[in-house]
Structures are given as C-alpha cells and as structure tokens.
Design a protein around this ligand. Structure first.
Ligand SMILES: O=C([O-])CC(=O)C(=O)O
Length: 164
C-alpha cells in the first residue's frame, strides 16, 4: 500500500506539517525525499546551480519569500531536475510554463504561476534553515508530499516507503 501523509502524521506527531496551499504542477502529486534548501528573492540562478549538482532522489525546497512577481522555475529547469534525478521541487513562490511542467514526471509544487522570468544574478543562500509560514524546513529533513499536504520528519519514516 502506498503511504499517505495523513497516516504518517498520526504515526509521527513530532513531524512538521505544511498545508496543501501549493498547486501541483508536475506529473507526480505524491513524492518524497531528503531535503536540500535554497533561499532566494526573485532570482533563480542558484536554482539552476543546485539542480545541476544532482538530485539522487532528493527534494529541493526553494523559499522564494512567497513572491509571485517572477517565476523561479519553468520548463527547462523542471526537465533539468528530472534528468538529474530529483524527486521533486517545492517552490514557495511562482513557476511558469505550466503546459510543459505537466509533462515532467516529478513532484513540482508552487504557490502560483506567473509569466515573468526571474533575475539571474546568483543571489541566494544554499542549504540554510527555512522558516516557511507554517513550518521550519531544515536541510537533511525527510519530506513527504501528497494531496493532503507536506510532512517533514527528521529522517525516513519507520517501515515506510521512502520512494516517490
Ligand atoms: O529560465 C528561467 O528563468 C525559468 C524558465 O523559464 C525555465 O526554467 O524554463
């Protein structure tokens, strides 16, 4: 049987949870993996940089400060994430190229879509603790996402499926 964040949250009340205020733009609504983090503001050069390092089944959580003014990821970066083995990307901000994102078989969550591209100046912090409005997200956490929301655990759930 496939895992559910609701069941796992019952088993792991210590886990941080995020409500599903995100929209699922990718072809996978259920995904899981170890977390890497990135904090940026309307600049996505470092999103590419981190995605290029390789995913190995991990999930990149990008705190874009909730800005919906520019897209931090589009079709090219989403395909790069898939090619490099990322299980998913969570963007606390916006994405674009919605038609293309639908075809990419990984998890892609974001608050909204918007047409405008981001700056490429390379400002941002990699692998830092994030304080999202609902939860603290730490690099190395284990993140599970499905339609109920996101669950963050210190490590993979006991006896649970870790795969996406
Ligand atoms: O390059 C960007 O700024 C984002 C984008 O459109 C893509 O990933 O295709």
């Amino acid at each position: 049987m496939e895992w559910r964040t609701a069941d796992l949250s019952d088993l792991h009340p210590e886990g941080e949870t995020l409500p599903m205020v995100y929209r699922s733009f990718g072809a996978r609504a259920r995904f899981a993996g170890r977390v890497r983090t990135l904090k940026v503001w309307e600049d996505n050069a470092r999103v590419r940089e981190v995605l290029e390092t390789g995913g190995q089944g991990q999930v990149l959580v990008v705190d874009g400060g909730g800005s919906l003014r520019t897209a931090l990821l589009g079709g090219n970066l989403a395909r790069l994430a898939w090619e490099r083995g990322w299980a998913g990307v969570v963007v606390h901000g916006a994405v674009r190229d919605v038609e293309e994102l639908k075809e990419v078989p990984i998890g892609l969550l974001a608050l909204a879509a918007t047409p405008r591209r981001s700056a490429k100046e390379g400002r941002g912090e990699v692998d830092v603790p994030l304080s999202l409005p609902w939860a603290r997200v730490l690099p190395g956490n284990f993140l599970l996402a499905d339609e109920d929301g996101l669950l963050l655990l210190p490590g993979p759930p006991n006896g649970g499926q870790s795969g996406g």
